[in-house]
Design a protein around this ligand. Structure first.
Ligand SMILES: C[S@@+](CC[C@H](N)C(=O)[O-])C[C@H]1O[C@@H](n2cnc3c(N)ncnc32)[C@H](O)[C@@H]1O
Length: 278
C-alpha cells in the first residue's frame, strides 16, 4: 500500500471514530478490509481509496471505519471494577429518591458482555435486597459499530465467550442453552438496551447517568480526543456518579473535571460539578 493511501484511509478512520491506526498496523488494513474489497470487486486498497473519494463514498467510509474497530470484550472483564460496582450500587440507590430510575451506561459496549455483566450484578443485588429490587434500573449499551450492536441485542454467546469470565454457577443460573450457544435470561436482558452512538459526537441526547463504564476504547484515541470524550462524559454524569475506565486508561493529566473516587484504581468522580454548567 502506498503511503498516501495509508494516510487517506487512517485519516478517515480518525475523523469518524477517533481511532488512531499507527504505521505498524498496515497489516490490519490489509486483513480487515479484504472482505470489503472482495464484495466491492476492488483490486486493492488504492482502488478502495479512489472509491471513497467518489459518490457513495460516505457509506463505504463508515463501513470501513466500523471494520477497523477492535471489538474484543468478555464478561466481568478485569474482575475488580465489577466488584467495586457491586459495592457502590447500594449507596447510589440509597442516595436517590424512590421512583427515580438508576441509569448505567456501557459506552463502547461492543458485543454486550459488559452491559450484561452489570445486569447480572443488579439481578444478584435485587435478589439479596427487596429494597434494591424495587429500584428501576436502565442499562444503555452504545457503540459505533452496527455489527457488534446486533450481537449485543441478540444476547446470544458462544461457548468460548461464556467461558471467558463467567463463573459456571452464574452461567447456569443466568443463561439458557440453545443449540450449543447461550442466551441471557430475561432478568439479565430486560434492563439492557443497545443503541448506536459515536463517542466523538453529541452525547447530551443520551441523558444523565449514575454510572458510566467507558473501558478499553480511550486507548485507541489521541490525547485531545480522550480529553474531548472525557469532558462529554463528565457532562452526562450525576454529581455523585462514577466513571469506570479500563485497566490501561486514565483521566489523570487529561482532564481536570474528573478525579479518582477513593482508592479504587480506574474509578472517577466529578471534581467540581458546577464547572460543567459554566
Ligand atoms: C475493545 S472494545 C471494548 C468493549 C468493552 N467496553 C470492554 O471493555 O470489554 C472497544 C469498542 O469501542 C467501540 N468504539 C470505537 N470507537 C468508538 C467511538 N468513537 N464511539 C463509540 N464506540 C467506539 C468499538 O466499536 C469497540 O466495540
Amino acid at each position: 500500500m502506498i503511503q498516501s493511501t495509508f494516510e487517506l484511509l487512517t485519516g478517515i478512520v480518525k475523523s469518524r471514530s477517533g481511532g488512531i491506526i499507527g504505521p505498524d498496523q498496515h497489516y490490519m488494513l490489509e486483513t480487515r478490509l479484504a472482505p470489503l474489497l472482495k464484495r466491492e470487486a476492488l483490486r486493492d486498497l488504492e482502488a478502495l481509496a479512489a472509491r471513497l473519494k467518489a459518490p457513495r463514498g460516505e457509506a463505504l467510509a463508515q463501513e470501513m471505519t466500523e471494520l477497523l474497530t477492535t471489538n474484543e470484550s468478555s464478561f466481568f472483564r478485569d474482575g475488580k471494577p465489577f466488584e467495586h460496582l457491586r459495592a457502590l450500587l447500594p449507596a447510589l440507590h440509597a442516595a436517590r429518591p424512590a421512583g427515580q430510575p438508576m441509569r448505567i451506561w456501557s459506552a463502547a459496549c461492543s458485543t454486550g458482555q459488559e452491559a450484561y455483566s452489570i445486569a447480572i450484578i443488579l439481578a444478584e443485588l435485587g435478589e439479596a435486597d427487596p429494597g434494591f429490587r424495587s429500584r428501576r434500573v436502565e442499562i444503555l449499551g452504545t457503540d459505533i459499530t452496527t455489527a457488534v450492536l446486533d450481537r449485543a441485542r441478540a444476547g446470544i454467546f458462544t461457548q468460548f465467550e461464556v467461558q471467558r469470565g463467567l463463573p459456571i454457577r452464574t452461567l447456569m443460573k443466568r443463561f439458557i442453552q440453545e443449540e450449543g450457544r447461550w442466551r441471557v435470561r430475561l432478568e439479565v436482558a430486560a434492563p439492557c438496551r443497545f443503541e448506536k452512538a459515536n463517542l466523538m459526537g453529541e452525547l447530551r441526547g443520551l441523558g444523565r447517568f449514575d454510572v458510566i463504564f467507558c473501558r478499553n476504547v480511550l486507548i485507541y484515541f489521541d490525547v485531545p480526543t480522550k480529553a474531548r470524550v472525557l469532558r462529554g462524559m463528565a457532562q452526562q454524569m450525576a454529581t455523585d456518579g462514577a466513571l469506570f475506565l479500563g485497566a490501561a486508561e486514565t483521566a489523570i493529566g487529561i482532564t481536570n473535571l474528573l478525579a479518582p473516587r477513593g482508592a479504587e484504581r480506574g474509578v472517577y468522580g466529578l471534581v467540581e460539578p458546577q464547572r460543567l454548567s459554566a
